[in-house]
Every structure is written in structure tokens, then in C-alpha cells.
Design a protein around this ligand. Sequence first.
Ligand code: SDX
Length: 428
Amino acid sequence: MGESNYASLEVNGKKIELPIIESSDGDNGIDISRLRAETGYITFDNGFSNTASSISNITHIDGEQGELRIRGYNIEDLVHNCSFREVAYLLVHGSLPTRDQLTAFSSYLNEHSLIDEDMHHFFSGFPRNGHPMAILAAMVTSLSSFYPDLEDTKDQSFDITAARLVSKVRTIAAFSYRKSKGQALVYPRHDLNYCSNFLNMMFDSSVKPYHIDPLYAKILDKLLILHVDHGQNCSTTAVKLIGSAKANLYAAISAGICALWGPLHGGANQAVVEMLENIMADDGDVQKYIGMAKDRDNAFRLMGFGHAIYKNYDPRAKLAKELVDELFSSREINDPLLDIARKLEAAALSDEFFIERKLYPNIDFYTGILYRALGIPTNMLTVMFVIGRLPGWIAQWKEFIDNKSRIFRPRQIYVGPDLRSFVEIDKR
Ligand code: SDX
């Protein structure tokens, strides 16, 4: 790369200069927009791990240092000093709210916390044991039938749509849990804040009123902040990809929910708990599972470990561990899975295979154990990831739309057959 802001590329004897795009965090890019026109070549990048899909000012991640900043704020500062509502506002509007702005945003969240009564019938169309992620994706898509399309991302309709989604997704999640238990729905209350409302909608009962433990509401609030955004990850890319075709925001968010469901992505929090349960049933034999994870012929992966970007401890996993210590010591909660998780982490972090590959716990390793302690069932864990990530998806979608970015349409390296002549079926 020359001293100037260009990278020189020579291919087939032809030399071209490609402009450098400077970033503010050192991950500079080479703009290859003219590559095919000037050389006839395209690039190939398996999993896009060396390719930027966007120019963004939302989230900075330094994978080597284990650093995460949302709109310039360290994730540690946000978790230690803010509420989820404040951070959701930060993501959607670009700056932390004043007290008046937060009050206005909170009243929007309250105002839009119900779902159309006709939507309640949809729940009965799902089998009681249907996965809540399937229900959530379907219900979010159907929101577009009940609520008008976004007029413009720059006017009040965007603020309302953002608040509507952040609030209604929480309500839909709680309603889907109640329906799965055959229980009556508990409606959101105007006198409860975001997280207390969720816990109350999940667990209140006319015969056994639910006591909202302020510590549980606080832990939930911090957990949601941990998940708010993480740059151009798989599900955020799905949201932007759908958005790039100018499909409505609800359809784009529903696509993000489906992408996040995968066990290599947000579905890992459920897979971690299931893995820990399997180890517990296997006499707690963590070394056996470490061995399976190292065996290249075994498809087993240590769930909650490793990351496409972090080659250091995921800062969110550290913060989740802090929350585990706070909750488990204050409420004398005893979960055998926590002991197994700690043993598994210690064994992996001292094993050459993991050290060499820089595999550390990621956000999903401890968060499932925290949600379990709050009473949230295993099949709802990835739904909780959706609730936390929603402000990030909305912010990333808005940035993409406002930047008037092009439709996502990657090319391919075609290795299929040359032209073949058609043969009638009876002559094949
Ligand atoms: C999330 O992108 C994001 O930002 C996502 C996320 C977000 O907030 O949006 O952070 C949320 O999705 C976190 C990740 C949750 N997934 C898991 O916990 C599933 C387990 N992890 C792995 O499947 C894996 O680590 C991935 C999918 C997360 C990353 O896959 P990569 O990028 O292909 O992994 P890599 O290139 O770092 O792998 C290097 C080596 C390979 O082995 P070798 O070919 O060198 O022999 O490490 C191995 C991998 O096979 N490896 C693992 C492993 N993760 C990587 N081996 C065993 N167990 C693992 N967990």
C-alpha cells in the first residue's frame, strides 16, 4: 500500500490504484467498487470476514483488545451507569437522552406496549410447544399488517415505529410464554418500567401475585444492554439485506430474528444451557466435552466459546460474569450448571487448542445461566437476545436507509457446467 490513500493492485500485468477508506478505529478499507470494471476480476471472501458491508458510525469493536463501544461509549460504562431504555434511545437517536427525552421515550414505550387484540388469535394457531422464536418472527412480520409503513426515517413516525417495536416485541415475547403454558395473558401496566413489566407479564398470576424483585429487574435491564448492538453480525446483516430491497422494517426485523435463531449465532445461549445440562447428565465430565470440541472429526463445538471478531475475552462475557456474581451471591441461588460452566471455562482457557486459536467465552456463555436464574425457560433465551438486540437492528437499518445504500447483491465464483443442450425426458 502506497503512502498515499491508495492501494496498488497488479493483476494480469495491469496495475490499478484502489482508494483507501480511512476508519476512526484503524480497520481501514480498500474500496474495490471499480475492481471488476477495471480488471474483470471480483473478490472472494468466505464468510465476508475480510469485507466491510457498510460504513457505520454506530458500534466499534476491537476484537484483538476485547473492546466494544456503542456510539462511542464503552459497554462497561453503559452497563454500569444506564438503563436499557437510555441505551435504546442512544442507539436509535445517536446520543444519550436528556431527562425530558427519556421521559418522552418511556411514554412512547408505554403507549405502544399493547398489541392489536386481533393478533391474540395468532397465538392459538401455534402448537403449545412451538418454539418462541418461530412465533416471534411470525408476529413481528404481521405487525406490518396492523401498523402503517414508515413514512420517513427523519420524522416522528420513525420514533413511534422504533418505540412500537421495542415495546411490542417485549409484549409478544411474554404473551408467547403465557400461551405456551396455557395461562391467561398478563397485560403490560403503565406503572411499571420496561423490565419490571416484562417480568410481571411473564410470571404474574391471579392466584399467586408475582413479586417483582428489584434486583431481578436490574439484572434483566443490564442483560438487555449487553445485547444491544454488535456491528455487522449475521442477524444485523440480514436486517440490512432485507432493508436494502426497501422491504418494510417489520419484515427486516423478522429476518433478523430468524438469522439470530441459529445456534452459531444468538441461538448459542440456548445451546450453551443444553450443553451444560448434557455435561451435568454425564457426571460433569468437562474434559470429555473439551476433547470432543478439539476432535476435528467431531461436529461438536464448545457453545458460548469463540467468536468471529473477538480473539480475546468478549467484554460482554466479563460483564455477564459480574452480574452472575452479583445475583448469585445476593439471592443465594444455587444452579449446578454454573459450577459446570466455571469448570468448563477454566479447562478450556488452560488448553493449548483453545489458547492457540484464541477461543474465549463469548456473550452467550454465561447469559443463559443468568436468564435461568430469573426464571426464564431455556427455549426463551434467544427471544431475550432479540429483545436486547432490537434497538441495534433498528439503528443499523436506519443508518443504512439514510445512507441511501445500494441493494445487497453479491456476485459469485461460478464453477458449474458450461452450456448444455436440452434433451427431452424420454431421450435422457
Ligand atoms: C454471537 O458476530 C457477532 O458479533 C455475533 C454476536 C453478536 O453479538 O451479534 O457476538 C453473537 O453469535 C456470539 C457467538 C455465539 N456462537 C457460539 O458460541 C457457537 C460456538 N462458536 C463457534 O461456532 C465459532 O466460534 C463461531 C461461529 C462463533 C465463529 O466461527 P469462526 O469465525 O469460523 O471461528 P474461527 O475462525 O475463530 O475458528 C478458528 C478455529 C477453527 O478450527 P481450525 O480450523 O483452526 O482447526 O477454532 C475452531 C474452528 O473450528 N473453533 C472452535 C470453536 N470456535 C472456533 N472449536 C471448538 N469450539 C468452538 N466453539
